[in-house]
Design a protein around this ligand. Structure first.
Ligand code: OGA
Ligand code: MN
Length: 295
């Protein structure tokens, strides 16, 4: 499809919708147009793509090396499982797991604002989520634009935040929700707390943003309670409705977002309803243990 036909419509608050594009068959020029739009809007909603797992993996790989999710098991022999994560509230028989169960609590963690893999030494660059089964109501995903939130800070606050480093820990964030027994002791041991600057600049867009979210537990070198209070204040401030877009999923929709520039969260849905999503993740720049090899 020639580049000229992709249609990008900005949402009123943040992000954009892209139609007249087939992500499974993108020539280089059209891919470039998608990439430019992604750098500009940070969140791109692609309704009705109905990507297969292989097509989602192939598209996501064009943005960089993929990252495994939170288990370090060797990628060998896992097939697509290492490359695409299934987020489903289902047991082995395909029935919804009960509210309050380990898996349910584990998934509930996604309902608090976060940037994917901010608890890893190299946090994720991009994520793509596609919808396979959607609940009768709820289950939306929301994104908040950390670039607009940063830009709107007064200069004194920008100056105060410059140079601050937050400590991010998956154990911290997930302990607040529960469901920590979904990962093994060994998996948890591979996820020690890491540090990231609170202010970051996106290498692709040049835009500066707040880099915070639920995994950020405190501020390095600051009294723990004081740092936590500051992060909570920023979290509330930065996720105000004027910078948030909510997507109501239809099966087949796909959304690509930039974890360097936005936070996201899922919304609750009736626990008896099935919700099946598939996620691919592009690793941040630089080598890291979670990056998958070339394949
Ligand atoms: C994710 C995530 C939210 C959702 O896939 O990284 O946070 O709505 N998902 O499922
Ligand atoms: Mn996420």
């Amino acid at each position: 499809m020639p580049t000229a036909t992709i249609t990008v419509t900005p949402h009123p608050t943040m992000g954009a919708e892209v139609v007249d594009v087939d992500l499974a068959h993108l020539d280089d020029d059209t891919f470039k147009a998608v990439l430019d739009a992604w750098h500009r809007y940070a969140v791109l909603v692609f309704p009705g793509q109905r990507l297969t797992e292989d097509a989602q993996i192939a598209f996501t790989k064009r943005l960089g090396r993929l990252e495994r999710l939170v288990t370090k098991k060797s990628a060998a022999n896992l097939g697509n499982q290492a490359k695409i994560g299934k987020l489903a509230n289902l047991d082995k028989e395909g029935n919804p797991v009960p509210e309050g169960s380990s898996l349910w609590l584990f998934l509930k963690g996604n309902q608090y604002w976060h940037s994917d893999s901010s608890f890893k030494t190299v946090s994720a660059k991009a994520s793509m989520l596609s919808a396979w089964a959607v609940p009768s109501e709820g289950g939306e995903t929301e994104w908040a634009d950390m670039r607009q939130a940063y830009d709107a800070l007064d200069q004194a606050t920008k100056d105060r935040l410059e140079g601050l480093v937050a400590v991010h820990s998956y154990w911290y964030s997930q302990s607040l929700v529960g469901g920590t027994d979904v990962l093994s002791e060994e998996d948890w041991a591979a996820l020690p707390p890491v540090e990231h600057p609170v202010i970051r600049t996106n290498e692709d867009s040049g835009r500066t943003s707040l880099f915070i979210g639920r995994h950020a537990s405190h501020v390095k070198g600051m009294d723990e309670g004081e740092g936590r209070a500051l992060l909570e204040e920023l979290y509330e401030y930065a996720t105000q409705p004027q910078w948030v877009h909510r997507h109501r999923w239809q099966p087949g929709d796909a959304v690509l977002w930039d974890n360097r520039s936005v936070l996201h969260r899922g919304r609750p849905w009736p626990p008896g309803d099935r919700r099946v999503m598939k996620r691919t993740t592009v690793a941040g720049e630089g080598d890291n243990d979670w990056m998958l090899g070339e394949f």
